[in-house]
Design a protein around this ligand. Structure first.
Ligand SMILES: Nc1ncnc2c1ncn2[C@@H]1O[C@H](COP(=O)(O)OP(=O)(O)OP(=O)(O)O)[C@@H](O)[C@H]1O
Ligand SMILES: [Mg+2]
Length: 355
């Protein structure tokens, strides 16, 4: 295996989250199990943000859910380790954590915000009850009045008026307000990690912008680490320190946002970047990505991207390339790609986005 060298999560300078060779599968019949995520490997350091990008069906949501063990009943993390350094300094493998410990872990140490906040709220409970329930599951003795005060502070942090929002039912708020309330709720117990799955996709452009600005502000203030799942490469460039590209269930490139956008070493990442108009800079004509990714039940031998790859060579259709470290740097600044040709000249995407 030539995975990036494992960092030591138990060291105080080590990663907050160290994902090693994680497979996630879904049971689709009595005897059939489909692997939707293969050998996911990456580190996330405290306070760092990572965007997961890739076309629809590549396994981004599955990986996000798997990390916090929030998969539907048919889903399981079937291989690997998900090492997480708790606030206490202890390192746990989330894959092996019992359900009871997981409940204590979620919200407190890590929380997830899904697309479409409506479904995340119970429609018959006022927003204040959601906050009270979340607090009470973890600290049963604090007075209601104190908890409401803390809820109000959290809502104020995402620029919502607590007097209006706390007594409201979810359907009485706009989509943008609900999404912001959900982010405030997710941060209620000061988790070290927030996973957001397309949190702005359902919102109009202006609302999207204000949610993004508030997320940036909140991160500066509370310093949580973030995994941000998005289709929007512009957002990834803006919000993320690191980017992981997924293709057909595999992380095929990971690197700093700068490396990914300016020095991509995987033809799929380059194609993805070239398929959208540049975020800023010269106006280049986007080159559409033709075809689609293979189904997870029909992966071709060798590299899954080979049938669409403009740089394909004979070996690509027979040998599946491992995620290989290209530059080892400290603190999660490494660059890795799973391409037989990643040592060839860099694939230039210069000018595709801002620095
Ligand atoms: N509950 C499930 N049962 C079986 N297969 C599933 C289930 N959920 C997802 N899958 C399959 O797993 C693969 C990865 O899906 P996933 O939703 O993780 O992709 P994604 O990258 O989040 O896509 P999108 O960008 O559309 O949200 C897909 O092939 C999908 O069909
Ligand atoms: Mg998804």
């Amino acid at each position: 295996m030539t995975h990036p060298a494992p960092a030591d999560p138990s060291s105080p300078d080590g990663p907050l989250l160290s994902v090693r060779g994680v497979d996630v599968g879904y049971r689709t019949g009595r005897r059939t199990q489909l692997t939707a995520v293969h050998e996911a490997t990456f580190d996330l350091y405290p306070g760092q943000s990572m965007a997961l990008v890739g076309e629809s069906g590549c396994g981004k949501t599955t990986l996000g859910l798997g990390l916090l063990r929030l998969l539907p009943r048919t889903g399981t993390v079937s291989a690997g380790n998900i090492l997480f350094r708790r606030k206490s300094g202890d390192v746990v493998d989330l894959r092996g954590l019992a359900e009871q410990d997981l409940r204590r872990f979620r919200w407190n140490e890590a929380a997830m915000v899904f697309q479409g906040a409506m479904n995340a709220f119970n429609p018959v409970l006022r927003i204040e009850e959601h906050f009270l329930d979340t607090f009470r599951a973890h600290e049963s003795r604090t007075r209601r009045r104190d908890l409401l005060e803390r809820s109000a502070e959290l809502l104020a942090m995402v620029r919502l008026d607590p007097a209006r929002v706390l007594p409201s039912y979810p359907h009485e708020l706009s989509g943008g307000m609900r999404q912001r309330a959900l982010i405030a709720l997710a941060l209620a117990l000061r988790p070290q990690l927030l996973i957001l799955d397309e949190p702005t996709t359902a919102l109009d452009v202006l609302t999207q912008r204000s949610v993004v600005e508030q997320l940036t502000e909140l991160r500066e203030r509370l310093r949580f680490a973030m995994v941000f799942i998005t289709h929007d490469l512009g957002l990834a460039a803006e919000l993320a320190d690191r980017v992981g590209t997924m293709y057909a269930g595999r992380l095929i490139e990971t690197g700093t946002t700068r490396d990914i956008f300016h020095r991509s070493r995987h033809p799929y990442t380059s194609a993805l970047i070239s398929s959208v108009p540049p975020v800023v800079g010269e106006l280049a004509v986007p080159e559409p990505l033709t075809g689609g990714p293979p189904g997870i039940d029909a992966l071709p031998p060798g590299c899954s991207f080979a049938p669409r790859c403009p740089r394909v060579i004979d070996g690509c259709t027979t040998t599946r390339p491992e995620l290989r470290l290209l530059h080892a740097r400290d603190e999660g600044l490494s660059h890795a790609a799973a391409c037989l040709r990643s040592d060839d000249t860099e694939l230039s995407t210069e000018g595709a986005t801002r620095d």
